[in-house]
Ligand binder design. Structure first.
Ligand SMILES: CC(C)(COP(=O)(O)OP(=O)(O)OC[C@H]1O[C@@H](n2cnc3c(N)ncnc32)[C@H](O)[C@@H]1OP(=O)(O)O)[C@@H](O)C(=O)NCCC(=O)NCCS
Length: 229
């Protein structure tokens, strides 16, 4: 029965929600700048709704279907991030929001990296996908910084908003994710100091050239020994 783990990044702790977080969720999410950019957050957002939403997290995680994390900075809740099964359970869907006072500090990207690592680390997903409204380029930028690539644009109606939007779809395959973790890669992903798996972070990095050199020196020593004998 999977649980919601606690994930630690350079600046953030991502943890499971408790009902005590409901008031803070409302305080942050009760802002049209957040609600209007999502397909699911009601507006106005009342504490009852937040509590009902939090109560869904543990059963969804227990079934292994969805993992929702509270994004915290110095113990204060600043946003939400989740990954859950798409219709195809081999595909994970990433979703997030950050409270307005905390925008443009790299927090969504930092949390996104941790949750993508967690999602692929479970071993079940071949792809993680995300999408954003075309009127929300900041979210698209987060997806790009997460190493995701543009897939297509669709047009959809969202009854909760009573609006239609162009929706821009992004995806990251497991292979692309592994490539982002290649040791010594100087790309955007690894330079952020996010959540490189410990096996990569702590293992001494041996260069192929070093290994070849050591091998040749060992051969040379053997030859000298044979010649001396
Ligand atoms: C989208 C959102 C999660 C981004 O959170 P964040 O913590 O500010 O994200 P980051 O700081 O990691 O990255 C934001 C990037 O967008 C860029 N950005 C901000 N406003 C932008 C705009 N109007 N146009 C283009 N890029 C923009 C920032 O400059 C930054 O990119 P950079 O690092 O290259 O400079 C946040 O704005 C939010 O919660 N919005 C409302 C809810 C939402 O959109 N959820 C996602 C639904 S798909």
């Amino acid at each position: 029965m999977p649980d919601i783990p606690t994930l630690t990044t350079a600046r953030l702790i991502l943890r499971s929600f408790t009902l005590a977080d409901a008031a803070r969720v409302c305080e942050l999410a009760n802002d049209r700048r957040i609600a209007d950019m999502t397909a699911v957050i009601p507006h106005p957002y009342l504490e009852d709704a937040a509590e009902a939403w939090i109560a869904l997290h543990a059963p969804a995680a227990a079934e292994g279907k969805e993992f929702t994390f509270a994004i915290t900075l110095n113990a204060a809740l600043i946003g939400v991030i989740a990954v859950g099964d798409a219709q195809d359970p081999a595909v994970g869907v990433l979703g997030y929001w950050i409270g307005v006072p905390y925008w443009n500090n790299g927090f969504a990207t930092e949390a996104g990296r941790a949750v993508i690592d967690f999602a692929f680390g479970m071993g079940r997903y071949t792809r993680v996908i995300a999408d954003h409204f075309s009127i929300n380029p900041a979210s698209g930028r987060v997806m790009q910084k997460l190493g995701m690539s543009y897939q297509r644009t669709t047009h959809k109606h969202f009854p909760i908003r009573n609006r239609s939007h162009d929706v821009i779809h992004y995806a990251l395959t497991r292979e692309q994710w592994l490539a982002l973790h290649t040791p010594n890669l100087t790309g955007v992903y690894n330079t952020f100091g996010g959540c490189i798996p410990e096996t990569h972070e702590n293992e001494p990095q041996t260069d192929r050239t070093d290994q070849t050199e050591s091998f040749l020196i060992a051969c040379l020593i053997c030859l000298i020994c044979l010649w001396l004998i």
